[in-house]
Write a protein that binds this ligand. Sequence first.
Ligand SMILES: *[C@@H]1O[C@H](CO)[C@@H](O)[C@H](O)[C@H]1NC(C)=O
Ligand SMILES: *[C@@H]1O[C@H](CO)[C@@H](O)[C@H](O)[C@H]1NC(C)=O
Ligand SMILES: *[C@@H]1O[C@H](CO)[C@@H](O)[C@H](O)[C@H]1NC(C)=O
Ligand SMILES: *[C@@H]1O[C@H](CO)[C@@H](O)[C@H](O)[C@H]1NC(C)=O
Ligand SMILES: *[C@@H]1O[C@H](CO)[C@@H](O)[C@H](O)[C@H]1NC(C)=O
Ligand SMILES: *[C@@H]1O[C@H](CO)[C@@H](O)[C@H](O)[C@H]1NC(C)=O
Ligand SMILES: *[C@@H]1O[C@H](CO)[C@@H](O)[C@H](O)[C@H]1NC(C)=O
Ligand SMILES: *[C@@H]1O[C@H](CO)[C@@H](O)[C@H](O)[C@H]1NC(C)=O
Ligand SMILES: *[C@@H]1O[C@H](CO)[C@@H](O)[C@H](O)[C@H]1NC(C)=O
Ligand SMILES: *[C@@H]1O[C@H](CO)[C@@H](O)[C@H](O)[C@H]1NC(C)=O
Ligand SMILES: *[C@@H]1O[C@H](CO)[C@@H](O)[C@H](O)[C@H]1NC(C)=O
Ligand SMILES: *[C@@H]1O[C@H](CO)[C@@H](O)[C@H](O)[C@H]1NC(C)=O
Length: 730
Amino acid sequence: MRPRILAACLALLPSLPSSAGQNSSFTLDFQVQSGGNTNYFFRDDIAAAQILFPNATADSGPQRFVAALPAGNSGALVYFIPRNASTSLSVQAVNGSLTSTVQAFNNTGISGQMSFDNNASMGVAIIGAVRAMRDYVEGGGLTHEIFNYTLGDFNSSYLQLHRHNINGTITSDFIMQTNPNLNLSFSITPGNNGTWTPPKIDFLLPVNATTGYANFTFLTNESSLAPFNTQDLFLQSPPEEASPALINALAGLANGTSSQGDQVSFLTYENKFTAGGWRFLTYFGRDSLIALRLLSPLLTSDAVETALGAVLERMNSTGALCHEETIGDYASFVNIGNNQSYLGAQPFYDYKMIDTDLYLLPIVSHYFLDLPQGHNRSSAFLAKNATLQNGTYAELLKRNIDYNLARAQAFAHDPTRFDNLLRLRPGQPVGNWRDSNNGLGYGVYPYDVNAALMPAALRAIEALSQQDIIDSKYRSQASSFADTWETHAHNFFSITLNESAASARLNNFIDAANLSVVLLNETMLPKKTSFYALSLKDDGNPVEVLHSDTGETLLFADNVTNDTLSRVAQSLQAYPQGLLTPLGMVVANPAYDSNTSNIHTLDRTQYQGTVVWSWQQGMMAAGLDRQLAFCDASNVTVDFIPSPSNTPAWCQDKQLVSDLQSARTRLWNSINGAPEERFSEVWSYSYNVSTGQWGIADLASISPDGTESDAVQLWSFGFLALADPTAGSG
Ligand SMILES: *[C@@H]1O[C@H](CO)[C@@H](O)[C@H](O)[C@H]1NC(C)=O
Ligand SMILES: *[C@@H]1O[C@H](CO)[C@@H](O)[C@H](O)[C@H]1NC(C)=O
Ligand SMILES: *[C@@H]1O[C@H](CO)[C@@H](O)[C@H](O)[C@H]1NC(C)=O
Ligand SMILES: *[C@@H]1O[C@H](CO)[C@@H](O)[C@H](O)[C@H]1NC(C)=O
Ligand SMILES: *[C@@H]1O[C@H](CO)[C@@H](O)[C@H](O)[C@H]1NC(C)=O
Ligand SMILES: *[C@@H]1O[C@H](CO)[C@@H](O)[C@H](O)[C@H]1NC(C)=O
Ligand SMILES: *[C@@H]1O[C@H](CO)[C@@H](O)[C@H](O)[C@H]1NC(C)=O
Ligand SMILES: *[C@@H]1O[C@H](CO)[C@@H](O)[C@H](O)[C@H]1NC(C)=O
Ligand SMILES: *[C@@H]1O[C@H](CO)[C@@H](O)[C@H](O)[C@H]1NC(C)=O
Ligand SMILES: *[C@@H]1O[C@H](CO)[C@@H](O)[C@H](O)[C@H]1NC(C)=O
Ligand SMILES: *[C@@H]1O[C@H](CO)[C@@H](O)[C@H](O)[C@H]1NC(C)=O
Ligand SMILES: *[C@@H]1O[C@H](CO)[C@@H](O)[C@H](O)[C@H]1NC(C)=O
């Protein structure tokens, strides 16, 4: 361990000037307010980082500093508490102070200045792995001592917390510097190294001073990732075939004048797309693929192929796709936990999800077959050699096709058995985007995987083989498997309640969820209520929770039946009858569930409960656009939606078409109730029974496990590629 030597160098060397400079068109420097935090984003040629402080008015919440970098998924989490328990404390970033820095040994990172409005003490600090920081925040304040930092150099104006990763030579440092002119001094007593007690660190203002300042720096010797700048990420000019909606959607994205374009760019790098910040600044397969499906009409072929390549590269030798790539210090921790400590800090790839495997093919097919920027690109792309493993992209894609066909086979051969559907993997309580046991209502056969994604993957194999992009031998098997899956899988999830059962359950739910009968719309109470279960239990019994995963059916699947479409239209009505609150579409609604324990299991405090996930709204809107475009090609969308060879029969049903159009309008009215949240990850609602007022509730403040929302989330930016049909023009 050499923290002292390193600290000495750090203290002596002045910061090198940043080569990118303030005027570089490649510098990203913006703020996003979300969930009671102010998020500061900075990226240039040297470093990329997201910094969080509680927003200035959030005086009651814990005061903390978060730094998160895509480089090694490394960062720092540092809590500040009032030194005198009876006083308040606000710790803030000084506006405009954020900048990248290069220091001794080419360690790079981010620095800025923070202010204290009162004497403070340092609370818990975790330096190094963002994943370890998340464990602390979401795990009820638990941390493993393997992630302990050490106290480096310190005096009354300098503080260094140092972290040397479990394996290898990677280090991270959190440094604070001040001087008397900045109205602050440090009082530091080292901890007892023998018992690992943390040091006692106080931040003291002179008597009567109202604000003290300190510079902060987070540094690491992880290599920074090469970024995708907006002009390489987004199409600089619309393709010839572009609709007015696409031309409109592209405006400002590539030239850096769109703040949302900049936010997407912050999440994308030349070897992978990251899922969201601060919690998920690393590779996630599902997030990359869903974001691609929605955003690809706006993206360059380079960007799409990078993200597709990142997914292929991380496939395992069986053909399953990687859900999450754990890198850096946390990879060592996971490897040790798996009795594979000999792997050191080699990335850990997780293959537990059963949905991720199925998203790739429909997206590859959409890109190569439907999008102008994908035309004539397949041969060169598929001929590429993978770099993270042996084989060409063509070989890897074939492996995933074979894997999915093998998994489709049992049900294709005997579609009378629910247990031939795709089940969560043995011993895994999770498997699709509703990433928790309670998220699926404790079911094990998810609706989306079986009713939307497998049929879509099979049709994609058929389409790709028909166009000779993959071996034509796949065509007939994929086609006949798809017929069976499309016809039968969704039936196992079908729920129909008569009027009295539906209304009894609904009224019970209204009481239990502290809602009000005034929310019921009598004209929307049908003779029967039909929807698809969220999942099936191990015994095949449906989990009777109304949900939004039908959006995946509309966006990915073919030959969607008119019954399915009318169920979706019915689900898109005001909550609690349907999914639409005035502040967005909730992803689950247990109002009709005979198992009333799900009212609590999926309530508004749960990460996948009665809460709004923005990408699910985007998916539903895109799905409705796609289905409606099948009936009316003049339906102007940002996306390219080729007409099916036969117009679907349901297009003749004028009532259904009109119901779907009204449902789409209601959906957008709901989406437009929370415009400031649109690009964030997830939020909840509050409802006041006496005033009838709805409000946006920050999930972190009401969630029992403190799960908070990311301020920027890749797949939520799918909205950039959607045209709002309720907007006046365009
Ligand atoms: C700051 O956070 C508080 C709650 O923590 C919230 O009420 C307020 O609206 C937030 N302010 C901004 C500007 O986001
Ligand atoms: C720092 O980086 C520069 C440029 O990449 C390189 O020439 C130099 O050797 C590096 N210095 C150290 C100490 O690694
Ligand atoms: C080290 O970790 C243990 C267990 O999480 C914790 O109790 C202790 O305070 C930590 N010490 C330091 C210096 O972070
Ligand atoms: C703490 O103790 C360990 C082992 O006794 C030693 O290697 C390490 O350098 C000490 N750390 C500090 C910051 O003093
Ligand atoms: C704090 O940072 C500013 C801007 O880089 C710099 O001018 C100043 O000297 C720093 N102060 C200390 C105490 O490090
Ligand atoms: C602090 O303010 C009080 C009240 O204004 C004053 O009496 C006192 O002298 C001040 N102390 C110092 C050290 O400035
Ligand atoms: C960027 O694009 C927008 C929309 O197309 C345009 O209005 C703006 O003038 C452009 N800005 C620059 C600096 O090119
Ligand atoms: C990684 O560190 C752990 C814990 O110190 C050790 O057991 C393991 O051997 C190391 N692995 C490598 C490859 O160095
Ligand atoms: C690849 O992942 C799948 C899904 O988790 C698993 O069934 C299979 O055994 C894995 N293959 C290898 C070689 O580990
Ligand atoms: C891929 O690697 C093989 C050797 O393994 C080589 O012959 C081939 O040229 C490479 N293809 C590309 C596109 O680089
Ligand atoms: C790649 O191929 C080489 C040569 O056949 C082999 O030695 C190596 O183990 C392979 N790597 C992987 C990751 O399979
Ligand atoms: C009830 O639903 C109908 C049909 O969607 C709608 O026209 C009406 O405005 C709704 N009434 C209320 C009070 O929301």
